[in-house]
Design a protein around this ligand. Structure first.
Ligand SMILES: [Zn+2]
Length: 206
């Protein structure tokens, strides 16, 4: 695209992790990623958890870039990290569902990083996505909360507003998995509406 080439000329891309010029995510940082794959026994109401990487540098910087700056630039590359993992989900009726933000948080941030990630993943894999999962309650940030507090904070905060999910395998897409509290609450909302299986798919796992 002409415009993006022009922007690259005016603002040459630099690696969001090490600032090396040339691209938003350099080969050197890419080689430092510690892969996870299928995470063992996730619990939290999930049938399985798939994680692209251990959540530490340089992946933490990549996730930060998706959340706060350069989101559109890094989303396709991060989706490429998730694409081989989503193929491991059993069943054919797979539906990609981003973890939603509350409208108030969405206004503050300007974009939902999980939705951007899911859009890029849907585009590259051809799998359908839905944004019918919504956050019905504003919750304080999970940062700084302990495991039990995190679960209490988000329990019952989500609702599936789309058609019944019977026979569907829902794949919840998020940037980071910490205690799984958010995915547990999302999974519960999807199961209430009939989802047969619910998987988690994340970039970084703490
Ligand atoms: Zn780099």
């Amino acid at each position: 695209m002409v415009l993006s080439r022009l922007l690259d000329l005016l603002f040459p891309p630099r690696c969001v992790s090490c600032a090396a010029p040339g691209s938003w995510w350099c080969d050197e940082c890419s080689r430092r990623v510690v892969p996870v794959g299928v995470a063992p026994a996730p619990g939290n109401g999930l049938d399985g958890l798939l994680a692209a990487a251990v959540h530490r540098d340089p992946v933490t910087r990549l996730v930060k870039a998706l959340k706060y700056r350069h989101a559109k630039a890094v989303a396709p590359g991060m989706a490429a990290m998730l694409a081989p993992l989503v193929r491991k989900v059993p069943g054919s009726d797979v539906l990609l569902v981003p973890v939603p933000l509350h409208p108030r948080r969405l206004r503050q941030r300007g974009h939902n990083q999980s939705a951007l990630l899911t859009e890029a993943l849907s585009e590259s894999t051809g799998l359908p996505m839905s944004t019918a999962l919504i956050r019905t309650r504003y919750t304080q940030t999970q940062t700084g909360l302990g495991r039990a507090e995190r679960h209490r904070n988000v329990r019952g905060a989500f609702d599936w507003t789309g058609a019944a999910l019977s026979s569907k395998t829902v794949v919840l897409v998020d940037d980071v998995y910490t205690t799984g509290a958010t995915l547990a609450a999302c999974a519960a909302a999807c199961r209430t509406k009939g989802a047969r299986q619910v998987w988690g798919l994340v970039v970084g796992k703490r």
